[in-house]
Design a protein around this ligand. Structure first.
Ligand code: FEO
Ligand code: CA
Ligand code: CA
Length: 632
């Protein structure tokens, strides 16, 4: 995600406001570059020698060549890059818009005018939200219900043009708050594809003011209490909802990412409590200006309010009256998504990434066990949170975050300040962990490490050095990679794992002779940068979505617009399936109940996509095969 007005990534915004420690000295960077060569050798040996871990895809392996001899599992001809303002899919496939921001979910919102600076505040909580992101489809009693995130807003488009993206009053702020959060909507097939069922009893908007329950070990802690909620157990709203997840029992998980940007202070000298620096909370915020018109977001008045976001929220999409639950057991950080697995003994495992340069990858393991139909009470709160440590030899371990291991005062504080806990135990700094996906056909999981220009250059926000390391092997990493791991004893709850890199993105034309050219499964025909969204389909193919540089210039020449590719975990092959309109990020994917329609999110498009006139509109599209066959 990129702030359109200022053309800064949100990580960059934090860095401008919270400068990181000084750069490493030159000698240390060189030393690490040399040791990187040693790492590559170790991965080569690991990958090619350990068939159990897959194909070993870095350059020089023979496994990939052998894998290429297998039959290609992709039922389409890969497409070329694009730089235009259209969506492209392979021959034999068709895409069309399902829903765009501002489309009514209820008939009383018909006529909502998205072109008049995002419409009036009235009705803004009755329409499909802005900037679509993670989503999941649920089948329930014959209905198909999509829960889908609206991550942030495009203030320039959501407010009258003359305001240049700056809220002028409380109504402007309320409108922006209404356009974000989560949309729950029923969809149904018809003669011309799927459409939203307007006025379905399942339709619901959950936004920045929706009442939530706070559950788990941090609920009720003093750091969670505010004047409006002296119990520390009831909060308002979920925000910056990025990636998604689904529980084994059929509820939706929405993940609060760059929550810090909504907070600010009307008193620039107001004290900034512990943790504000690490989480990037400052007096100016990121331009939403909520704090100027809504005191809840003014930390000079409500210093604990920021502690009440940065969590994962569970929503029952089948019950529009249900109260969403913030699960503090899963830790507080800039959550990307939540990938669930069930261990052989029934314990629930949730893999999670913290998307900021040099932050960590986490997993939660429940104490209780789950079985179909059994109670889910406490399963996402009563358990242990771990941070990942990757060793350069292809092994890794999960480090438990507890008061004892971190030296922190209580479990509640460990969870509220999970980043500091992970630093304390010496977890591995990562190149911005984005989506994690669990392979339904093998006991393994994948994480997109989208990019990290600071790798080997700067410490993270907590001052932890970020030298090149095993799964993050390139300094100044502008391309990103996907790491995968296989837990010991085929048990996602295990404390240890083995890992390799599924792909290192790159540009083999610009960098034919070094690691910036990418791994062997990256070619001039499929190259891309910044893997971000990711999901497995029912066939065990891995769909990869990008959120990166779409300039198609310099070291990104030949990458084109952001795109969606599909990877085969067995052979390592990767093929380009879809390109998004210029300016957009492709994010969020799910399938209809019959798997004949794939839904894909197009966030913050440029130009006037999709209609060709007026303001661009973030949309969910539907992709089908012209022969009506399965698409995932
Ligand atoms: Fe909202 Fe890290 O993407
Ligand atoms: Ca993302
Ligand atoms: Ca991203």
């Amino acid at each position: 995600m990129t702030d359109q007005k200022h053309n800064l990534s949100f990580d960059d915004w934090d860095e401008v406001n919270f400068p990181r420690p000084e750069e490493n000295d030159f000698d240390r960077v060189v030393e690490r570059a040399v040791s990187r060569r040693g790492f590559l050798c170790s991965v080569l040996a690991f990958g090619s020698g350990a068939a159990v871990m897959g194909t070993g895809l870095l350059k020089g392996t023979t496994a990939l060549a052998e894998a290429h001899a297998m039959k290609n599992r992709f039922p389409f001809t890969p497409i070329d890059i694009a730089t235009d303002h259209e969506v492209h899919v392979p021959e034999g496939y068709t895409s069309k818009v399902l829903v765009s921001w501002g489309d009514p979910l209820f008939s009383d919102a018909e006529g909502y005018d998205v072109n008049a600076g995002g419409g009036a505040v009235e009705g803004s909580d009755r329409v499909f939200g802005e900037n679509t992101d993670g989503m999941e489809l649920f089948s329930f009693e014959g209905h198909e219900i999509i829960a889908v995130n609206s991550e942030y807003v495009n203030r320039d488009e959501n407010l009258p043009a003359e305001q240049e993206g700056t809220p002028a009053n409380a109504d402007d702020v309320l409108k922006l708050q209404n356009l974000q959060g989560v949309t729950v909507m029923e969809v149904a097939p018809g003669d011309d594809g799927y459409s939203v069922v307007v006025d379905s009893p399942f339709n619901r908007r959950i936004h920045h003011n929706t009442p939530m329950t706070i559950a788990g070990p941090a609920a009720g802690h003093d750091l969670m209490k505010t004047e409006a909620d002296p119990t520390g157990t009831e909060s308002l709203g979920t925000m910056n909802n990025c990636g998604s997840g689904r529980t084994p029992w059929g509820t939706y998980l929405t993940c609060e990412e760059n929550f810090n940007g909504y907070f600010g202070s009307t008193d620039a000298d107001a004290p900034r409590p512990d943790g504000y620096d690490r989480y990037g909370i400052g007096a100016d915020g990121w331009g939403y200006d909520y704090h100027k018109h809504d005191a809840r977001f003014d930390y000079s008045k409500n210093p604990n309010e920021p502690h009440r976001v940065g969590w994962i929220v569970e929503i029952d999409p089948t019950d529009p009256e249900s109260t969403p639950v913030k699960h503090t057991g899963l830790g507080r950080f800039k959550h990307e998504n939540a990938a669930c697995a069930v261990a052989p003994d029934g314990r629930v495992v949730v893999y999670m990434g913290d998307d900021e340069r040099g932050e960590y990858m986490y997993k939660f393991v429940s104490n209780g066990t789950w079985a179909p139909g059994a109670s889910t009470e406490g399963l996402l709160d009563d358990g242990t949170l771990y941070a990942a440590k990757f060793n350069d030899d292809g092994t890794g371990e999960w480090l438990a975050l507890t008061p004892e291991s971190t030296g922190m005062a209580s479990l509640a504080e460990v969870l509220i300040f999970a980043r500091m806990g992970a630093s304390a135990v010496g977890a591995t700094t990562m190149d911005r962990p984005e989506w994690i996906a669990v392979n339904p056909h093998a006991i393994e999981a994948y994480c997109c490490l989208t990019n990290n220009k600071n790798r080997g250059v700067k410490a993270n926000a907590g001052g932890d050095e970020t030298p090149v390391n095993g799964p993050n092997p390139r300094e100044t990493n502008n391309f990103g990679q996907i790491v995968r791991w296989r837990p010991s004893e085929d048990d996602h709850a295990a404390d240890t794992f083995e890992w390799d890199l599924y792909v290192m993105a790159g540009n083999p034309e610009v960098y034919p002779n070094n690691e910036y050219g990418g791994s062997d499964n990256v070619t001039p025909g499929n190259m891309f940068n910044s893997p971000d969204g990711m999901a497995f389909d029912s066939n065990g193919l891995l769909w990869i979505q990008t959120d990166g540089d779409y300039s198609n210039e310099g070291e990104f020449e030949g990458h084109g617009n952001n795109q969606m590719l599909v990877g085969d975990p067995v052979t390592g092959e990767i093929a380009r399936f879809l390109t998004g309109p210029n300016g957009s990020e492709v994010t969020g994917v799910c399938w209809s109940a019959d798997r004949r329609t794939m839904f894909v999110g197009i966030q913050h498009p440029g130009g006037s996509w999709p209609t060709g006139e007026g303001l661009p509109r973030s949309s969910v599209i539907q992709v089908t095969r012209d022969d009506g066959a399965l698409i995932g």
